[in-house]
Ligand binder design. Structure first.
Ligand SMILES: Cc1cc2nc3c(=O)[nH]c(=O)nc-3n(C[C@H](O)[C@H](O)[C@H](O)COP(=O)(O)OP(=O)(O)OC[C@H]3O[C@@H](n4cnc5c(N)ncnc54)[C@H](O)[C@@H]3O)c2cc1C
Length: 457
């Protein structure tokens, strides 16, 4: 775009702050409005350590904002899943081939603060305690409320970029103006965050360089390490059932559940009952929209456009990819409307693909990681990946360590899965497998992947 109109971002969470940094670095004038106060002044809301898994897609976007080093400084490397079986034994299942293929546990609060600093340093203007209240698309004017005193502030805009999360107020305003085709599909499961504090000597209580999983069929617990030697534990349960959040109602119920199903974790969570009572129960849902933009006046990205269940650890990574893509389309397009349309056309099919893979991964994590047929398929997958590097790449790796479009990873993953199921059907081991036939099938069914094919233009 030759002339760069000033842009207004709604939400200074993970995507909003990164997008502001990327755009301001490219010379756009950017105003960002955030409902909450400045976390760098007030501390992060809630005060609890909540962490996220950062993977290659997210890291790539952070590199573009020159924020990767500051983020990785406080990150903890996770090499694989540490599965905690019912009988108390554990097994590390590596994610990648070596330490070049790992994911990183990062603190949501710290990450947000690093990105706010990056946005401000690049020249973006940040306005805190400004909650989007209403939009007048005829007058190109938005109203933001300061919830501390209830005062409303008018702001004239050229275009609104909606990074205001799953409950987006901008989306609601756009929906009053046009049909967005909004559908929210609840997973029927919720979550509760708990904590494993450091050991008496100040160190980690369990292996720090892993994402811990206690799979239990219809439900599970996970734990991600924090820089300060704690782990954030997340208990995922159905909303209804035994166990479910309707039967596990309070801290005492939760202790009984852990005694029965997560006995090895229980002694490591001394504040289990208190935290269960004090922390909110999160809900999990997938948000689908047919349209992400309103002409050249407004566009949605991140959770506001495509909230997903967290089981692939990709919601933020995908939101960060959105930021790079939107910044690139804004730069290249003739006008705002064509930039938003091109962004939506590129990203929407990919969001749909990762939303689906995230749903599938819940079943894999809670129910499959300890199954014999699953483990056999994984073993064969590793063999084929070694025999056909650059062609047969496990789906988890395509999503996590590569930047090919999510839709490509999804499609290739389906072909690979069919092959694995066919080859291992009725088998208990890989002995005697017809590898010649398998090699020929891999070559026939899968084209080579271009090394680190970028996700965006
Ligand atoms: C339990 C759980 C675990 C997860 N784990 C991972 C993981 O490991 N890896 C991963 O990649 N993703 C993970 N995610 C997903 C990730 O948290 C989201 O995808 C990511 O936060 C989306 O970023 P966002 O900026 O779009 O939205 P948000 O981070 O929700 O930010 C929205 C911002 O907008 C502000 N806002 C809201 N309404 C208004 C308004 N009306 N006016 C102004 N500002 C407003 C909010 O205060 C907030 O700052 C997880 C999610 C959950 C629930």
């Amino acid at each position: 775009m030759k002339h760069k109109p000033s842009l207004t971002i709604v939400g200074a969470g993970l995507a909003g702050a990164l997008l502001a940094a990327l755009l301001a670095r490219r010379g756009w004038q950017v105003d960002v409005f955030e409902r909450r106060g400045d976390p760098r002044v007030h501390g992060f809301a809630g005060g609890r350590s909540i962490n996220l898994a950062l993977a290659e897609r997210g890291l790539h976007a952070l590199r573009a904002a020159r924020a990767d080093a500051a983020v990785l400084d406080h990150a903890v490397m996770m090499r694989g899943r540490m599965v905690h079986f019912d009988d108390g034994t554990t097994q590390l299942q590596r994610y990648g081939r070596d330490d070049s293929e790992v994911i990183w546990s990062v603190s949501r609060g710290e990450l947000n603060m690093v990105l706010l600093d990056a946005a401000e340093a690049a020249g973006a203007r940040l306005h805190f305690d400004r909650r989007l209240h209403a939009v007048d698309f005829d007058a190109n004017s938005a109203r933001f409320a300061d919830d501390r005193d209830g005062v409303l502030h008018e702001h004239a805009f050229n275009a609104l970029l909606g990074a205001d999360g799953a409950g987006s107020a901008l989306r609601a305003s756009m929906g009053e103006r046009t049909v967005l085709g909004e559908r929210t599909v609840s997973l029927g499961h919720g979550y509760k965050e708990l904590e494993i504090p450091p050991a008496a000597d100040g160190g980690f209580r369990i292996e720090p360089n892993a994402l811990h999983i206690w799979p239990r069929g219809g439900y599970m617990c996970i734990a991600l390490p924090n820089d300060e030697r704690t782990f954030t534990v997340t208990l995922f349960l159905p909303s209804q059932g035994d166990p479910g959040f309707d039967t596990v109602r309070d801290g005492a119920d939760a202790v009984r559940l852990f005694e029965r199903d997560f006995a090895d974790a229980l002694p490591m969570i001394p504040r289990l009952a208190e935290d269960f009572d004090a922390n909110p129960t999160g809900v999990l849902a997938t948000l689908y929209l047919d349209r992400w933009h309103l002409g050249g006046q407004a566009v949605l990205l991140g959770d506001a456009a495509h909230a997903m269940v967290p089981f692939h650890g990709q919601g933020m990574n995908c939101a960060f990819e959105d930021c790079v893509s939107l910044a690139t389309h804004l730069e290249g397009a003739e006008d705002l409307e064509s930039a938003f349309a091109a962004f939506e056309a590129e990203r929407r099919p990919n969001a749909l693909a990762i939303q689906q893979m995230a749903l599938e991964n819940y079943i894999e994590m809670r129910d499959r990681v300890d199954d014999a047929d699953y483990l056999l398929q994984r073993a064969l997958e590793r063999q084929l990946a070694e025999r056909h590097p650059g062609r047969f790449i496990p789906r988890y790796a395509m999503v996590t360590f590569h930047r090919m479009p999510y839709a490509t990873a999804f499609a290739r993953g389906q072909v690979q899965r069919e092959l694995l199921v066919e080859a291992t059907r009725g088998r208990y081991s890989l002995d005697g497998l017809d590898l010649e036939w398998l090699d020929a099938e891999v070559l026939r069914r899968l084209e080579p992947v271009a090394a680190h094919a970028p996700a965006g233009p």
